[in-house]
Design a protein. Sequence first.
Length: 88
Amino acid sequence: MKRDITDAKDNFENRLKVFQLREQNVITATNNYNGSNERYKLGQITSVKLRQAQLNLLNAKTSKNLAKYNAKLAESQLLQLIGQLLHT
């Protein structure tokens, strides 16, 4: 049981780190999109490149949301193991 708790804690911490990295990816993708949008307005890039920047931002946000879900799932598994979350 102690090993299960340790594993669950490690899993939760890892999932939190992944979530934090995904948050940084969203910031980077947002900055890239904003820059691409400005370059598009100036006629320096094509609409295809702008759409790719939009898609990259959407993918970054989706990955962040999935990472948040995985972190919450790992947290609930840990809480269940240590008895702070009742199994229903």
